[in-house]
Design a protein. Structure first.
Length: 196
């Protein structure tokens, strides 16, 4: 007799990973390779530039940039709690924690937009290698965060429809994997572009 799996039961690969997770791994590997290429270009451009930063440029690691970085890093905590709530069947907690992650992500992007306006006078977009690299890399990361926030809207909508239950929370897990990746990339970019 063959037992049918419920529609929302996660499908497992022979190695024990859910198929969704197995599919997410190559995507994240591709993203790592993308940012590794950017890191390589950063190293080559920085080492080859006669002058990396414009003369008289103050430290960019200040107020808004530090606040945004701390906020994005702290957003991992409600993400972890959302994943626990999903695994434990706590639908109320899941929705609440996902909304907190959304608000923190939106605040991070808002702080970056405000910061870009103030930095434009100090670091022009063109005419120097640092400015080109800075705005390109930070902009690409912001696009990744915005993409994550769009994805999060879908996850939150599914949570409000009751899609996630104990043992069936692949959407939350996959989003969490992506969100942690975005946070780790930002920590590296912050130190490479704002601190060093």
């Amino acid at each position: 007799m063959i037992a049918a799996l419920p529609d929302d039961a996660p499908r497992r690969s022979p190695g024990g990973l859910a198929n969704e997770t197995l599919g997410m791994i190559p995507f994240l590997v591709a993203e790592v390779m993308f940012f590794a290429g950017l890191v390589s270009a950063y190293i080559v451009l920085r080492e080859g530039a006669p002058q990396w930063k414009p003369t008289g440029l103050p430290s960019l690691a200040r107020g808004l940039s530090i606040a945004g970085t701390v906020l994005l890093c702290v957003s991992c905590l409600p993400m972890i709690l959302a994943q626990r709530a999903a695994r434990g069947g706590d639908r109320g907690g899941l929705k609440s924690f996902l909304i907190v992650v959304m608000l923190m992500g939106l605040t991070f992007v808002s702080l970056q937009l405000i910061e870009f306006r103030s930095l434009h006078a100090l670091v022009p977009y063109s005419g120097n290698i640092f400015g080109s690299v800075f705005y390109t890399y930070v902009g690409l990361h912001a696009i990744h965060v915005l993409g994550g926030l769009i994805w999060l809207v879908v996850v939150i909508a599914a949570a409000f429809r009751g899609r996630y239950a104990r043992g069936s929370s692949a959407g939350v897990t996959l989003f969490g994997m992506y969100w942690y990746f975005v946070v780790i990339v930002w920590v590296f970019l912050f130190f490479a572009l704002y601190v060093l």
